[in-house]
Design a protein. Structure first.
Length: 64
């Protein structure tokens, strides 16, 4: 039984939205953030690779 996060009401298993307040139920709501989290992970990996490339590319020890 999916429980609504907003009004704590129990809903039928096949319902995508809460029958009481109309908000998306957890089973359907947690799919999108998971995909976004994966995208964010790839963004972090790309940023790290970019930083290392800049460290190697930019000249060091030129100031002072
Ligand atoms: Zn609800």
């Amino acid at each position: 039984m999916p429980k609504c996060l907003y009004c704590q009401q129990d809903n039928p298993p096949n319902d995508a939205e809460c029958g009481t307040c109309g908000m998306p139920l957890p089973e359907h709501a947690h799919r999108a953030p998971q995909r976004r989290q994966r995208r964010f992970m790839w963004f972090c990996i790309g940023l790290t690779v970019f930083c290392f490339a800049m460290m190697l590319w930019l000249p060091r020890g030129t100031i002072g």
